[in-house]
Ligand binder design. Structure first.
Ligand code: ADP
Ligand code: MG
Ligand code: ZN
Length: 475
């Protein structure tokens, strides 16, 4: 019996504002515990929250980027529960009337276009952090994070495989980074995801019972956890059992999910509109203002790379997949208007180098200026393509500009025929056998002669010039 997986993702992304969502405390990360707190985010009685406008600005941008409808009026609600990292006893979130609804994100997987629906986007505050003492039965509370703004993006249950889930998340994160509203860093917790997973018999349209998997802190683990959960549910159903609706915890080291708690229902949280916060009214002017500030998004950039720069769709997808890489590419183009040459070097040598060293593009040992410096020497025929590869490696090692490396190591390409001429004559003299075979029709031997010249000139002879001269001399 075959099953179809059904997956819906809830993403929490921390917004890059200077201050918290309802008070003016700093959102800076890594300060001593409880130094970014005030009566509001400590949940003292009698204090009043004031909404940070930037949080709304950023959420509107995300809503526009994902084709959502921005609601003219939305409300904040209290989600009530007890936990020691939540001093107020409730989290301010949005419930019945979220700020944005009914959007979508378009993906392309194996050349197939997919549209994943976005149910809603809402704003909420983060909770504090518990720190458990490893030596004593003591836990401490750090409330620096309490009140840091989060944006929750809830997908429709439109995803049908772990790979699509991974791609959806990567696309979502790319948009956040292009908009510059979130770091989107899963490992550091500024981009978190819960995966809702169920399976149904192939061909069915009735969704099965879902579990919600938490603690997914890297893209790799999201895909692994979903794969595991699908297999686990399959086994239960094939055994004649029933999947229980529950919240499950992913254990990365063990590669499995374990039951955490029965799934709470919305009514358990006793949601109600927060009486301390007015309904949020967003007029057309506000939305238009945000619209006018929208940068070029990855999908548009990719389209432009294909239609205006003539790149292949695969290259365009890689280059726009991360904002940092795309910005690197654009920085190169500003200095050298040769998209294809720049693309080839980024896609080949540069990404190869970064992969080998486990580096991200923003830590590239070769800056756009330096890469372009190399490509200019290549473009002006000062060095050959082969020497360029050597210079590239030397640049990665030393950090020196290409020009310096070429000058210091005397790598300038020799295009002057009077310098190449005697070398060719000597080679023809030394290889009468090969010359005969070539002239007898074995034209492939041209490669041999070119290789000999290159060897004697340490790769510095201009291959084009060498080819032409050899052809003339060998007839
Ligand atoms: P909750 O807040 O209780 O988790 P939501 O209604 O917000 O519930 O839904 C959470 C996520 O669960 C959404 O992303 C939705 O697409 C997904 N979902 C709903 N039903 C299913 C299902 N049967 N299988 C998989 N995912 C589902
Ligand atoms: Mg949920
Ligand atoms: Zn505060």
């Amino acid at each position: 019996m075959k099953f179809t997986p059904v997956i819906g993702l809830e993403v929490h992304s921390q917004l890059k504002t200077q201050t918290k969502i309802f008070c003016s405390c700093s959102t800076a990360f890594g300060s001593p515990p409880n130094t970014h707190t005030c009566p509001v985010c400590l949940g003292m009685p009698g204090v009043l929250p004031v909404l940070n406008k930037k949080v709304v600005d950023y959420t509107i941008k995300m809503a526009l980027a994902t084709h959502c409808t921005v609601q003219k009026e939305s409300r904040f609600a209290r989600k009530n529960y007890f936990y020691p990292d939540l001093p107020k006893g409730y989290q301010i979130s949005q419930y019945e009337l979220p700020i944005a609804t009914d959007g979508h994100l378009d993906l392309e997987i194996n050349k197939q276009a997919l549209r994943i629906g976005i149910t809603r986007i809402h704003m909420e505050e983060d909770a504090g952090k518990l720190m458990h003492d490893p030596d004593r039965p003591v836990s401490r509370v750090d409330l620096n994070r309490a009140g840091v703004p989060l944006m929750e993006i809830v997908s429709e249950p439109d995803i049908r495989s772990p790979e699509v889930a991974g791609e959806y998340l990567r696309r979502l994160r790319a948009i956040l980074r292009y908009l510059d509203i979130s770091d989107g860093n899963m490992e550091e917790g500024s981009f978190r995801c819960d995966a809702n997973v169920s399976i149904m018999p192939e061909g069915s349209t009735n969704f099965g019972t879902r579990t919600e998997v938490k603690n997914l802190n890297s893209f790799k683990h999201v895909e692994k956890a979903i794969t595991y959960e699908i297999a686990r549910q399959k086994e239960i159903l094939l055994d004649g059992g029933e999947v229980i609706q529950e919240t499950r915890l992913w254990q990365p080291d063990k590669g499995r999910t374990v039951s955490m708690r029965g799934k709470e229902d919305a009514h358990d949280y006793r949601y109600f509109p927060d009486p301390d916060l007015l309904p949020l009214v967003i007029d057309d002017q506000w939305i238009a203002g945000m619209q006018s500030q929208m940068p070029e998004l990855p999908a548009q950039r990719r389209e432009r790379y294909i239609t205006e720069l003539g790149l292949s769709s695969a290259d365009a997808a890689v280059l726009t997949g991360s904002r940092a890489l795309s910005d690197y590419f654009e920085a190169c183009l500003c200095l050298l208007n040769n998209p294809k040459l720049v693309t080839n070097w980024i896609m080949g040598d540069l990404l190869g180098l970064l992969n080998a060293r486990g580096l991200k593009i923003n830590h590239s040992p070769i800056s756009p200026e330096k890469l372009v410096g190399l490509l200019e020497l290549l473009g002006k025929d000062v060095i050959s393509g082969k020497i360029a590869k050597t210079v590239f490696e030397a640049m990665a090692e030393t950090g020196l500009p290409a020009k310096t490396i070429v000058e210091e190591n005397e790598l300038v390409q020799v295009s002057d025929s009077s310098a190449i001429d005697p070398i060719i004559d000597a080679i023809i003299n030394d290889h009468p056998e090969e010359v005969k075979r070539y002239q007898g029709g074995q034209k492939k031997l041209m490669g041999f002669f070119v290789g000999q010249v290159m060897k004697q000139t340490k790769g510095k002879a201009n291959p084009k010039v060498v080819n032409e001269m050899l052809q003339k001399k060998l007839g």
